[in-house]
Design a protein. Sequence first.
Length: 155
Amino acid sequence: MKPSLPLPRLRQILGDLRRRAEAGAAGLPRVRLPRREVLLVAAAGILAAVVTLIVLVTTSNAQDRRASQQRLQQIAKPGAVTRSDTGGELSVDDFLLPSLHVTASIPDYYPFRPRLERWSRENAERFWVPPRRIAIEKIGAMNDRNVEQMFEKVK
């Protein structure tokens, strides 16, 4: 292997390193990269980032289209059984989360009654649950669970 620096220059660098180590400052000689190499590395990094973004955007759009087509097919066939319901082999699509973009034309639920723009006082009193009562029930259940766990640990 042929050294990239001439032998006298290497000896000079080694001598400088020895002197710095003896003086207590073990610093390496400063190596300057050529400007062209720095620009090429930066351009390659930017190009890689752009390609990655393009791939992510195109695959997410394809997944959204596939998911919406599956929803349409399931709505068209009520009671249809999906592959994951039958216990068949799992694929990557079984682990993908559904898209957060909900289309307005296909509701995820069908309401039992028409939606009310304004509730009457009687309806509000009939269905109102005070938030304090809900909080007390949740905290009480959590405390009961904690006490049971504490007693289970006692011999």
